[in-house]
Write a protein that binds this ligand. Sequence first.
Ligand code: VG1
Ligand code: CO
Length: 544
Amino acid sequence: MQIETRDSTPYPDQKPGTSGLRKKVKIFMQPNYLENFVQSVFDVLGDVQGKVLVLGGDGRYFNREALQTIIKMSAANGVGRLLIGQGGLLSTPAASCVIRKYHAHGGFILSASHNPGGPDEDFGIKYNVTNGGPAPESFTNAVYARSREISQYLITDSPAIDLDTIGEFSVGPTTVQIIDPVEDYAQLMEHLFDFKLISQALKAGSITLCFDGMHAITGPYAKRILEEKLGSPHGSVINGIPLEDFGGGHPDPNLVYAHELAELMMSPGAPMLGAASDGDGDRNMIMGARFFVTPSDSVAVMAANAHLLPGYRAGLRGVARSMPTSQALDRVAKAMGINCYETPTGWKFFGNLLDAKKITLCGEESFGTGSDHVREKDGLWAVLFWLNLIAVKKQTVAEIVRDHWKKFGRDYYSRHDYEGVDSTAAEGIVARLNGQLAELPGKVFGNYTVEFADDFRYVDPVDGSVSENQGIRIVFTNGSRIVFRLSGTGTQGATVRIYFERYERDPQKHGQDTQTVLKDLIDLAESLGEVRLRSGMDKPTVIT
Ligand code: VG1
Ligand code: CO
């Protein structure tokens, strides 16, 4: 085997976004594009001689090809051992689990998450660090800086590895170990939840379930854990085979894209629990029969009930949510006398809080929830959490959530996404909003008086690092909020996200339609941000 040093020239656009570098497959397939990014990561990592790295992806188009390149580059850079999920597969939370369990130095996760896959769609790559979580901004900024000046990369001339056979191979100095992608993760789940209780309920039929794998990575995990280990009847997992293009679908678990599941759950014969996960298995959607649980409510309900489950009996150290996520979690934290931290969007910001043992549970409005068991959000974990909760409380999903609202009040919440907006128009929207921030406080709009308005700035309570420009918030004296942000995961034009929240304490008023309740705020957002006007779109692309 020879190690080759190949010359290359920088690409200007390799700045990682909210969650790694995401681009169209065609961009990734340009000569040396992937190689430049991977070598930039190695250059920032420094000495990796003898160290262990984890590799895997969500199985989308280009996954296998990219893995073979990364294997050869890892060997050329002197990595000691590579742990790779069989078939090149590892869900994002499973990769985090494997990094932690085997004390790996870190790992590459190949995924563009919920973005569609295929030759004309998206690909992505992300580096996770020793704690199993996404690299912090200091690291991704350094990788970006390196990618701007890279002039060569290292690669071996070795043949492709058989990714499908469990076992060990050698590539120069590197041992390549193909591992079962599911087993380590499944064992961790067994440790956190009461599998015996859940299994009894599933086998007796007192809990019924449908899990939609959306032809993405979670299918094999869900089949092994829900059907094989817990005994949910065969067929409980639908769309369970990972496909390179996700069957042509959009592997984003929400009411729009997981419509097969949503229709089933709204039908008279709906099972008790309906759930779906995204491309790389870190997101979750939870539904009861004819009932949708917003992700913001889901994490709040979890926090309020965690002590009922084996892995969380000791109680919660604290909780955290991303800034645009509703304040339902804050209310639970307050009642429990624990801290609730508010972080920028993206899982990387939870890592320090989890490592410093300041929090046990955290979540985002974008269908992401997780805990200190790994350092990623975790879709199947959330489903098992709810299953365990239903089994312990012997209540339906709707009853659990309605009881929660009675106790804490309800945060009516919705997110409106405008996708594919012209970048200049999006900048104009942000500039217009920024221009109004100073004069907004004290202004009265109907029932709403602005308490404060700012561009969210986060100071990490653990290491003091500062992240600026994390979204514009307009907060009203009654606790309602409007938040505007630009997405950091899109690959085409800009995506403008507007988040709306209104709190209602009175249980008599908990049965209303969300969009109707939020109408005043939605209209106000348009007059402040002119998103419809400036984007030329008459309505949002997706409402969740
Ligand atoms: C989106 C979500 C954010 C999430 C991120 C990665 O980012 O809003 O909450 O952490 O995706 O999730 P943005 O910048 O597009 O709003 V995933 O499942 O795509 O890794
Ligand atoms: Co994801």
